[in-house]
Each structure stands twice: as structure tokens, then as C-alpha cells.
Design a binder for this molecule. Structure first.
Ligand code: PNS
Length: 164
């Protein structure tokens, strides 16, 4: 059985992420979406538990997709699934530079680990979790940026932010 791991911080999951997950689910028998820590992103909007819950509600339509989380290294996590391939989305050349470096580090830790990249759908090239967080801060319309199932979660969290 072919297994893909789609890692990310998903703070929050966007339609760009979901597009990559959906396309990955058509290629592999099983997809594990792994909610992880990104040490460059030190003040997340959502807790890991909240992010897992939102990802679960976003992927419910895809029967071969499950959600997991890890507070460790991706390359160590992948060792649990021998032969699994890590799949990441690439939006632009700047993503590639970062991902290329990450891939080399991950290979050093786990030489068996393979990473594949799917190019982002053109309509989501501009989209990132940080864009969504920024728009939410200003109470902008999030339709078409994140799954409908989680819009209210983000609006509610942004409201708490504004009042704190
Ligand atoms: O959605 P993101 O923030 O771009 O995802 C990045 C993520 C979480 C996949 C990356 O930061 C990661 O792999 N974190 C786990 C820790 C790790 O393995 N870091 C890279 C080697 S130092």
C-alpha cells in the first residue's frame, strides 16, 4: 500500500493545503496529514489540538485521508511508515529554496525518506496561513480562502484576539 505524509503547521489549514491533500489522495492509497511544529512560527493562532480538529473537519470527504500530529522531527516521524513519501506543495521559487534545504536536512536524519513536491494550483499561489491570519485580524471575508467548515472557528479566534 502506498502511503503519503502531508506535513505542515496548518495554522489554519487553507484551501491551498486542501488542494494538495486532495490531489495527493488520488495518487496514494493512504494519506496521513501530520500537524507539526514549525520553530520559525513561534506564536500560533491555534493550539495543535484546534488545528487537528479543523484539519479533520476539512478532510472528512476524503476516505483515505487521516490526521495525526507530532511534536518531533518530520524525518523521525516518517520512520514509523517505511516506504512512505512526504508530499509538500510548492507555490513559488522561494518555497523551493526553503524546501530544498529542508529536504537535505531530513535526508541527513533519515536517508530512507523521500520527498515529492506538487506544484500549487494557480488559483492558490498567493494563499498562505499567514495571509488568512492577517485577513482574519481585520475581519475580512475568508470565503474561498479556507474550507467553509472552519471559517467560524477563525472568525471566533480573531474576535478573541482583537478583544485581548
Ligand atoms: O506549514 P509549514 O509551517 O510550512 O510546515 C513546516 C513543517 C511543520 C513541515 C516543518 O517546520 C517541519 O517539518 N517541522 C517539524 C520539525 C522538523 O522536522 N524540522 C526540520 C528539520 S530541522
Amino acid at each position: 500500500m502506498s502511503i503519503a505524509i502531508c506535513p505542515g503547521s496548518f495554522d489554519p489549514i487553507t484551501l491551498g493545503h486542501l488542494n494538495i491533500i486532495r490531489r495527493t489522495s488520488r495518487i496514494f492509497d493512504r494519506v496521513i496529514v501530520c500537524v507539526m511544529y514549525n520553530s520559525n512560527k513561534t506564536s500560533p493562532m491555534f493550539s495543535v489540538e484546534e488545528r487537528i480538529d479543523m484539519v479533520q473537519r476539512a478532510v472528512y470527504k476524503y476516505p483515505n485521508v487521516t490526521v495525526d500530529s507530532s511534536a518531533g522531527l518530520l524525518a523521525e516521524y516518517a520512520k514509523q511508515f517505511p516506504g512512505a513519501v512526504v508530499v509538500k506543495g510548492l507555490r513559488a521559487a522561494s518555497d523551493f529554496e526553503y524546501e530544498f534545504q529542508m529536504n537535505l536536512i531530513n535526508k541527513k536524519i533519515n536517508p530512507e525518506m523521500e520527498t515529492m513536491f506538487l506544484t500549487s494550483s494557480g488559483k492558490y499561489t498567493f494563499l498562505s496561513s499567514s495571509v488568512v491570519r492577517e485577513m482574519a485580524r481585520y475581519d475580512a471575508d475568508l470565503k474561498g480562502l479556507v474550507p467553509d467548515e472552519i471559517i467560524e472557528d477563525i472568525r471566533e479566534k480573531a474576535k478573541q484576539w482583537r478583544s485581548s
